[in-house]
Design a protein around this ligand. Sequence first.
Ligand code: RM4
Ligand code: MN
Ligand code: MN
Length: 397
Amino acid sequence: MMNDNNADRVFKALDLLQIELPSWGFANTGTRFGKFIQPAAATTIEDKFSDASLVHRLTGSCPTLALHVQWDLPEGVKQVGDVQELAKKHGVRPGSINPNIFQNQEYKYGSVGNPDRRIRRMAIDHILDCVHIADALGCRDISPWFADGSNYPGTQNMRQRIGWFEEALKEIHSALKPDQRLLIEYKPFEPAFYHTDVADWGMAFLLAKETGPQAYVLVDTGHHYQSQNIEQIVAWLLHHKMIGGFHFNDRRYADDDLTLGSIDPYQVFRIFHEIHMYAWEHGAIPEIALMVDQSHNLKGKIEAMIQTVCTAQELFAKAALVDHERLAKLQDSCSLIDAEECYRGAFWQDVRPMVVEWRQSRGLPEAPLQAFRESGYLERITRERQERNAGVSASYA
Ligand code: RM4
Ligand code: MN
Ligand code: MN
């Protein structure tokens, strides 16, 4: 039985939920062993805006698109006008701006942590360009991920590299406009297999603190060691007001970039719970950019993205059903079983009928995936893009 209070909570949560899609999630991607080309994959920034716009129209939750500068704006700030036109045409705004400091040959031994001063300069200059691009596009977040690290013990001075990171990040921070933020993403390994300069949330936290007040930590859910308690990391970052955003994806072994909730939906629920509980205590959802960072090697790109957003909606709605007031009392009195049941009872609820009602009330298709399949969009883009995709190279995006 649906009760009004629950429906109200779900509707409020879904109205608030905004998830940013990654432009690279629509492109051909692969593993280090190869790339499977899809005839309908996006090969241009226009394709990416068009695909993202469709996902937004079908789900109602994705008003922004994250851009990876080297893949989407290879000519840099010159392309700002084109991006603005695409945003207008497709009804999706550019979101976080992602520098690329890992793909160029120069970055073999690192970017801002490279022992070669000229390469550190090149990496900083690229991120500064990204700050300017973000400013010109009216984007709040600049979101670098540093692949820097080393493969063998003793081959790099880890401590010295911390200093280079601090210097670089401070310089970048000083170029930020007052409303911009620098999100520092961590990742324990890959491509580096011995040490990664920004390996975990503690390192990202300390760097962000040292960098300045507009620097925050970005939590990519796939960037943790096995069995790490991610929601506890989120709790710490919330407590210190240091969480800037998420890159959502699921994983089983490493940075697998699988569709959200495909392996462990309870994990996603637990993270969303921390956000809702914080919001209940503080009266508002904190400023956190909820972003997807996925790479769909085997699934159809757009279908995988719709599946992801629908899963996020359902899990966000479930987490909104936790009775926070009751839970707080049960935690306080150490009523372990009742607290646990109150918490996970929300997870067990089937919120799908309420999500469908929300969609109906907002003029959205009841079943976004089915609506996509009936739209004819895939057939059309397959016709339009297959020739271009047949000639695509093996590069990452
Ligand atoms: C990295 C990291 C970054 C993403 C690249 C493509 O593993 O998650 O956020 O930009 O992949
Ligand atoms: Mn990421
Ligand atoms: Mn990743």
